[in-house]
Design a protein around this ligand. Structure first.
Ligand code: UDP
Length: 360
């Protein structure tokens, strides 16, 4: 059985590292399963792409499409065309896609038009904000998929509300593959090469709704600069955010350590050593929980609602006052980090065995 995996963005490399490892183990133990990887090129900087293939044993992509730096429509359109060519050549039994990027949607659409079965990892998540490109990508991908692999029961409930019970689509709860990835790589955590402060807040900012809006990005940095007067902030800066910080001429305060994006092994080290996380990332909100750190989320809504309900995360958007309030409150937050909100760390094995079972 042949699976073609379509990936192209940083979080997909991390998720695919866990699932590819499970595919490989399944093949070694005798399953008839083979994976071919297409890298669309959506993220292509060495520190946004190569580092993950080099550090995480991710099989080398057989196809690199080099599609990037385009508007959403042009990027998705070109990917659709190029992925289709590969699928016609490879004739896989399944196409495997992850999350909610343009690469996800293009991979799923190309497969659906060729009547190839599609497995969607991280299915059923919703922010209910249709202005987010990610929300559109995930809703459309879910709808054309054959198998929806949900990280949580909340994701399944979302699908049920949308009427998926009446569709001929398999829905499984597997737990979250990001938990598998952090379990798999925690023993290889590595100190980054810069002078990591003794005590710090870890922050990442890259969502278009924050970066592309001068007022929002300036407010976030006003809060971060203020907080940094008492606690260092380490901020691995996404290339998009870097561009906007310079375009909007945003001042970076003392004690805000701006560094280039780091690899996953260094990210784990930073998660282990920070005392709190400030982010607009989807994945990092969950990793904060895995590493028992409170998370202040710089967004108005989150797909990971269990974290909010559980008191491990608070939503503040980009409002200076709200960010400062959350910072002061969360210093004393008492959170039970032991609850398995995201499964048992065996999501990748469940994903592979479900695909194998549905192929027999
Ligand atoms: N990440 C990383 N290096 C960085 C910043 C983030 O390895 O410099 C990892 C992070 O630990 C998480 C993933 O990238 O596993 C999250 O990706 P991102 O925030 O780009 O996307 P999202 O999760 O919001 O879709």
């Amino acid at each position: 059985m042949k699976i073609v995996t379509v990936i192209g963005a940083r979080p997909q490399f991390i998720k695919a590292a866990a699932v590819s490892d499970a595919i490989l183990r399944s093949a070694i133990s005798g399953s008839d399963i083979e994976e071919v990887i297409i890298h669309t090129g959506q993220h292509y900087d060495p520190n946004m792409s190569d580092v993950f293939f080099n550090e995480m044993n991710l099989p080398k992509p057989k196809y690199f499409l080099n599609i990037n730096g385009l508007s959403h429509g042009a990027m998705t359109g070109q990917m659709l065309e190029e992925v289709e060519k590969v699928l016609l050549e490879e004739k896989p039994d399944w196409v495997l896609v992850y999350g909610d990027t343009n690469s996800t949607l293009a991979g799923a659409l190309a497969a659906s038009k060729l009547h190839i079965k599609i497995a969607h990892v991280e299915a059923g998540l919703r922010s209910f904000n249709m202005r987010m490109p990610e929300e559109v990508n995930r809703i459309l991908t879910d709808r054309v998929s054959t198998l929806l692999l949900c990280p949580t029961q909340t994701a399944v409930d979302n699908l049920v509300k949308e009427g998926y019970n009446n569709l001929n689509i398999d829905v499984e709860v597997t737990g979250d593959v990001m938990l598998d990835a952090s379990n798999l790589f925690v023993k290889h955590a590595r100190k980054p090469s810069f002078d990591v402060p003794e005590s710090f807040i870890l922050s990442t900012i890259h969502r278009a709704e924050n970066t592309d809006d001068k007022k929002k990005l300036s407010e976030i940095f006003r809060a971060i600069n203020h907080i940094a007067k008492t606690t260092s902030v380490v901020l691995p800066l996404h290339p998009r955010t870097k561009n906007y910080v310079s375009k909007y001429d945003i001042m970076i305060g003392e004690n805000v350590h701006i560094i280039d994006p780091v690899g996953y092994l260094e990210m784990i080290y930073l998660l282990q050593h920070c005392h709190m996380v400030f982010t607009d990332s989807g994945g990092l909100q969950k990793e904060a929980y895995f590493f028992k750190r409170f998370c202040v989320t710089l967004r108005e809504e989150t797909e990971w609602v269990e974290l909010i309900e559980h008191g491990a995360n608070t939503l503040v958007g980009s409002d200076y006052v709200k960010i400062m309030e959350a910072y002061h409150k969360s210093k004393n937050a008492m959170v039970d980090f032991e609850k398995n909100l995201y499964g048992n760390g065996d999501a990748s094995d469940k994903i592979v065995s479900t695909i194998i079972n549905l192929s027999n």
